[in-house]
Design a protein around this ligand. Structure first.
Ligand code: ADE
Length: 232
C-alpha cells in the first residue's frame, strides 16, 4: 500500500513513521508513506495557505488552491482513495479499516484552522472523524487512521502480535488476559487458565468477552446478538 499525507506540519510525522509497528512496516516496504507539505504548493508570494472567510467572521479558512495543486501532483491520484480528516466526517470504525486496507493507494488530507474552503470537498471521496471532539488539526487523527490501517496489512504484525483475537474483530470486546505472577496483591488468576483444557479455556474467554461487551458496550452487544440469532 502507498499512503500520501497532505499536511502543513510534516515534522509531526517523523517519530510516528520510524517507531514501533508502523516504522517496521515502512522499513520492510509493506507500506510506503510519503508526507507532503502542501504549503509548498501555494501560489501566494508569502506561501499563505489560509485566508479570511467570505461573509466575515472569526478564524481562517484553508484555501482550495494549495490543496488542489498538491493533490494533483501525486502520481496516480485519480485512482487513489482520497480521505479528508475532519470532525464532520463519519466516525472511524474497525470495519471501515478492513474496507480500506485492500486499496493500493490512499491519500489523506489533514486540515487546520477554522475549516476547509467547502470546494475542497469535491476532490475527496470520504471524510473521516476519529471521534466527537475537535482537535487542533487533522494530523493526529490521520496517524490514528494510518496506525489502524497499517497493522491490518499482510505481514505487518508477527504471530505474537496477531490481531485475529482483537477487540472488534468479531464485534465483541476482548476477554481479560493474565501473565505471571499467578497471584498479585490479593488478586488471583482464574483457575480455568491452568486447567490445560483448551476447550474450557476458549469457552471461558468467549463468555468473558460477551459479559464485558454487555457491561461496557450495549450497542456492540445488541448488534452481536442480533447477528448471531439470525444465524441460529
Ligand atoms: N480534525 C480536528 N478534529 C478532528 C477529529 N475529531 N477527527 C478527524 N479530524 C479532525
Amino acid at each position: 500500500m502507498r499512503i500520501d499525507v497532505l499536511t502543513l506540519f510534516p515534522r509531526m510525522f517523523d517519530n510516528f513513521l520510524e517507531e514501533t509497528i508502523v516504522g517496521r512496516a515502512v522499513r520492510e516496504k509493506i507500506v510506503d508513506i510519503n508526507v507532503i507539505d502542501f504549503r509548498e504548493f501555494s501560489d501566494n508570494k508569502h506561501m499563505k495557505v489560509d485566508d479570511t472567510p467570505f461573509g466575515g467572521g472569526a478564524g481562517m479558512v484553508l484555501r482550495v488552491q494549495p490543496v488542489y495543486d498538491a493533490l494533483k501532483s501525486i502520481e496516480g491520484n485519480e485512482s487513489a482513495l482520497k480521505i479528508m480528516m475532519t470532525p464532520q466526517g463519519s466516525v472511524l470504525k474497525q470495519d471501515m479499516l478492513a474496507e480500506y486496507k485492500v486499496r493500493d493507494h490512499v491519500i489523506i488530507l489533514c486540515g487546520h484552522y477554522e475549516g476547509f474552503d467547502e470546494r475542497i470537498r469535491r476532490y475527496f471521496d470520504l471524510e473521516i472523524s476519529i471521534g466527537d471532539f475537535v482537535l487542533t488539526g487533522g494530523e493526529i487523527a490521520s496517524m490514528v487512521l494510518i496506525d489502524g490501517l497499517v497493522r491490518l496489512l499482510p505481514d505487518a504484525l508477527n504471530k505474537e502480535e496477531s490481531h485475529l483475537n482483537d477487540s472488534f474483530q468479531d464485534g465483541l470486546l476482548e476477554h481479560p488476559h493474565y501473565t505471571r505472577p499467578r497471584a498479585f496483591d490479593g488478586m488471583d488468576v482464574p483457575e480455568v487458565l491452568f486447567s490445560g483444557h483448551h476447550q474450557r479455556i476458549e469457552t471461558w474467554r468467549f463468555e468473558e468477552s460477551l459479559k464485558r461487551t454487555k457491561e461496557r458496550r450495549k450497542d456492540l452487544y445488541k448488534a452481536y446478538m442480533k447477528k448471531h440469532k439470525a444465524k441460529k
